[in-house]
Design a protein around this ligand. Structure first.
Ligand code: ATP
Ligand code: MG
Ligand code: MG
Length: 594
């Protein structure tokens, strides 16, 4: 593992640990509706973080950053990261997304169990399990004169909120008595009012320079069936009210979110402070910290826009290997380790910026370099015929060859078995490895020149055959006897190049999907641009290639380095024994736009 670079979040956590900011916390296990909060034993977890997605879509590479960050900090500092579904919005959430999110987090290498003193606990939570507590908190605020039911229309509320230059004005309902507000809130809860007829608002300050403190709505009426609580509730808490409470009930210490929530922090603190004063929550309270979200060049990460790509058929689904979703990256061949490495390298900052797409590709190459077995594949095949083969080697003879599966094996490690393949009279080579008239400096096959077939023999080019259109249909050469790789004297004949090849006798035809970036514009949706205008028409090219036998034996999801071509993966869905299908993950070096 790489050295962990420090960042502002690590500095905050280290300071808190040093000062014992959270040393007095009590932990009573699973947060129920809050009744146990703060009444248990000392919390054995040094810190608690959380990953709180809304189950309304598939996770993407930006979420991967957040997962690696939150779970990674908990792991590194003797803490626990809670897996929490922020499912307070009844309309948009589905079980399918819950399952795919859990799967993505585990695939990335993280879990939500804690194990302290031989006791194992699972920290998988649903915000909707706290609806009872949230409602009690709302009543407590009302009784304390800190919240009121506002019956203004949404338009009136918007108009009276003011803006950056104008303070807001008080609602005519703001001065109602706590008793009257409590009665109204209970009517809301009991379904006595229509959707949208009124909202519960925190009573803070209509003149605050922070618009989020101008009496934000905290509960609304919405008759919608919730995937967890069904039709039990017809009022639902607003996100800004629910989220701090979720954090506090779970004893979260460091609540890490993206920068757009910075302006919400004063309300986060206000709410938790008031609920602690009212005796509903125990101190120390969680604190919110913001970091810059991931922006990756050539990639869009808005769930809504990604859904559009799927629904309009620009990609084959959420797991299309060109999608920046975790399921898409996984099918493309990205490994959990490469995504962790990526997240570690980009780090966390307080300022928005763009990360170059190549950073992701470099992380993948660094991860696979010493792991992915090598193999030869010919992507643009033309036949090379060794015209003297039968005389020199015997008619129909196939000579066994082998090459190491990995060129570098760490000290003390057992190298994997070598790849076995054969060479005969005919082999497939890359069309670009022959030139009838060689360009200056060309070292591969041209009449009169000798090259080595990698792991095989030295051959001398004698010419080619062409069809009526002048297209080369076969390259001709003679095999130079006694030059087989790995045999004594093999190097006596000097050559300037070794080329990759696959035997016609034992090579296997494979479908290869050459993926490229989905967009040609580095910032496809910046500044309200129409991202569909820069869809790359060549983002997927499907070809038939020939691969050596070891590659044909791949299992789904197995990664390889195709020598000279890049990293490839046997497709998780479509690859099968006898029907190989490979996806290009990335080339060997960054070639985009060069
Ligand atoms: P979208 O806006 O695409 O719907 P979201 O931000 O609403 O995504 P959530 O499910 O609410 O998605 O996010 C879960 C967590 O992932 C949040 O803590 C959020 O801050 C974080 N997250 C989402 N997108 C990014 C990103 N691009 N970079 C870093 N973290 C992100
Ligand atoms: Mg969200
Ligand atoms: Mg969002």
């Amino acid at each position: 593992p790489e050295h962990k670079t420090s960042n502002f979040l690590r500095a905050i956590i280290e300071r808190d640990l040093e000062q014992g900011s959270y040393a007095s916390r009590r932990w009573a296990g699973t947060p129920g509706d809050g009744a146990h909060h703060g009444q248990g034993e000392p919390d054995p977890a040094k810190i608690r973080t959380r990953f709180p997605p809304e189950p309304n879509g598939y996770l993407h590479v930006g979420h991967a950053k957040s997962i690696c960050l939150n779970f990674g900090l908990a792991r590194d500092y003797g803490g626990v990261c809670h897996m929490r579904f922020d499912d307070t919005n009844p309309e948009k959430e589905e079980k399918e997304y819950v399952d795919s999110i859990l799967d993505a987090v585990q695939w990335l290498g993280f879990g939500w169990e804690s194990s302290f003193g031989g006791r194992t606990e699972s920290h998988l939570y649903y915000a909707s399990d706290y609806f009872d507590f949230m409602y009690r908190a709302a009543e407590a605020l009302v009784q304390a004169g800190l919240a009121y039911v506002d019956e203004q229309t949404p338009e009136q509320m918007r108009a009276s909120r003011g803006d950056f230059t104008t303070p807001g004005t008080d609602s005519p309902f703001r001065a109602r008595s706590p008793e009257e507000n409590l009665a109204r809130l209970r009517e809301m809860r009991d379904g006595r009012h229509a959707d949208g007829a009124m909202v519960l608002r925190a009573k803070i300050d209509m003149a605050s320079p922070n618009i989020n403190l101008r009496d934000p709505a905290i509960y609304r009426i919405r008759r919608a069936t919730h995937h967890n609580t069904g039709d039990r509730w017809c009022i639902y808490p607003m996100y800004t009210f629910a989220h701090p409470i979720e954090d506090a009930l779970e004893n979260i210490t460091h609540s890490i979110c993206t920068l757009e929530f910075e302006d919400q922090r004063p309300f986060y603190d206000w709410l938790l402070d008031k609920l602690a004063e009212l005796g509903l929550l125990a101190r120390p309270l969680p604190r919110q910290y913001e970091f810059a979200r991931l922006n990756l060049t050539y990639v869009i990460t808005s769930k809504r826009k990604l859904a559009q790509l799927v629904n309009e058929g620009h990609v084959s689904g959420w797991d299309d290997p060109r999608m920046p979703t975790i399921v898409g990256l996984r099918r493309r061949g990205y490994t959990p380790e490469s995504l962790q490495l990526f997240a570690e390298r980009i780090g966390v900052t307080k300022a928005d910026s763009w990360i170059d797409y190549s950073t992701l590709e470099i992380a993948l190459r660094d991860d696979l370099e010493n792991k992915a077995h090598r193999g030869m594949a010919v992507l643009d095949p033309v036949k090379l015929v060794l015209t003297n083969w039968d005389e020199v080697m015997g008619a129909g003879h196939l000579e066994p060859c082998s090459l190491p599966a990995l060129p570098h094996v760490a000290e003390g490690r057992t190298p994997p078995p070598a790849r076995e393949f054969t060479i005969g009279r005919e082999v497939w080579i890359e069309r670009e490895d022959f030139a009838e008239v060689p360009p200056k400096g060309y070292k591969r096959l041209f009449p009169g020149n000798k090259v080595r077939l990698k792991g095989g023999f030295v051959v001398e080019c004698t010419g080619c055959e062409k069809d009526a259109d002048g297209r080369v249909t076969a390259v001709l050469a003679t095999v130079v006897p006694d030059t087989k790789s790995g045999t004594p004297g093999a190097d006596a004949v000097k050559v300037k190049a070794a080329i990759t090849w696959v035997g016609v006798a034992d090579g296997v035809a494979a479908e290869v999907r050459l993926y490229d970036r989905l967009f040609t514009d580095a910032h496809p949706d910046a500044g309200g641009k129409d991202f569909k205008a820069s869809l790359n028409p060549d983002s997927c090219r499907v070809i038939t290639a020939y691969v050596e036998p070891s590659l044909a034996q791949a299992v789904p999801d197995q990664k390889f380095q195709f020598e000279r071509h890049g990293y490839f993966v046997a497709d998780r869905q479509d690859h099968a024994p006898g029907r190989p299908v490979f996806n290009r993950i990335t080339g060997l070096k960054d070639s985009w736009g060069k």
